[in-house]
Ligand binder design. Sequence first.
Ligand SMILES: Cc1ncc(COP(=O)(O)O)c(C=O)c1O
Length: 382
Amino acid sequence: MTSQKHLFDLDPSVTYLNCAYMSPLMKSVEEAGIKGIRRKLQPNQVLGNDFFTESDQLREEFGRLINCKETNRLVIIPSVSYGMANVANNISLSPGDEILIVDEQFPSNVYPWMRIAKEARAIIKTILPPKVLDNRGKIWNQRILDAITTKTKLVACGQIHWADGTLFDLVSIRKRTSEVGALLVIDGTQSIGALPFDLAEIKPDALIAAGYKSMMGPYSIGMAYYGSAFDDGIPIEENWINRYESENFANLVNYNERYQPGALRYEVGEHSNFILVPMLLEALKMLNNWKPENIQSYCQSLISNAVDILREHGYWIEDEGYRATNLFGIRLPNSISMNEAKERLTRAGVFVSYRGDCIRVSPQIYNQSEDMDALVNALINS
Ligand SMILES: Cc1ncc(COP(=O)(O)O)c(C=O)c1O
């Protein structure tokens, strides 16, 4: 796959290596949004079917991306915190039960567990990475597996760590959680679309992802999968469209006790958003055409030389097998402080993020080798 920069409208005077902060929109995604806005100028153009058809297409497109054929388990959510709240509201815990998270996990995948743990006098167990950098990802993964016991009721983590791209071995974590009867809930915000995710293989209980980062959609829309563990759960809100046969507008006030099938009860109210849904749909169509594995290898070829040079200059970057290529952390040698690195990169117009003790670099298909050169030059030349 080659650079797709022409499909975007990035400012040519900056080096944007910060998809993990917010992806730029493709021009075609912008157009889909504008078309959506225009439709509301003449609401007679919005037909009854439109409340359902594009959301169904979005579900199908997301299903294709993550290999899930049960599209009525895929729902539109406004944020990760919303998607996680549906999970948190439907887990029953007893005193002493454990919820496992990893160190410095993104807060929308921590606060819900803090609340339910406090209410039930359950325990949050945070799995720390080793202090040494040698084999960091490997040891961290082993620590997660070792910490899962019969007390574990839930493991909640990302497919990769949001701050430094450490890959979590979800297949092994799923195997271990199944052995002890614990749920597995995954935040895919920083990986879905850019890194293959096979739902049929991993079989998580829930997968939650915001749409504005690796899925390259707009802000305030994301997608979630809820497995059978949540089939009889109580959703956050009681929206008319999530009720059985809501397609029949004339019959809406014959209030229906039943929900739509699968996990559709968990979908956010007004999910048929006529602006955001077509935008995310267009973005996912593009991702499905490219395929996450090709995006991952594009990023791999983009960064490999830079990774070698930075390592030669004393920077630390995780081994390939234990980190993603669309998001990785750079830890600094003693010779340079984080403030100094930040100053150099800012002066060079290189946009990255600073998370914990890492410079977080998150390239995508719009980046080219010049972008990596700009990053490396700023870091190795004082
Ligand atoms: C891993 C991860 N999850 C979730 C989010 C966003 O959470 P929310 O949609 O609740 O604002 C981010 C934003 O940076 C993130 O990095």
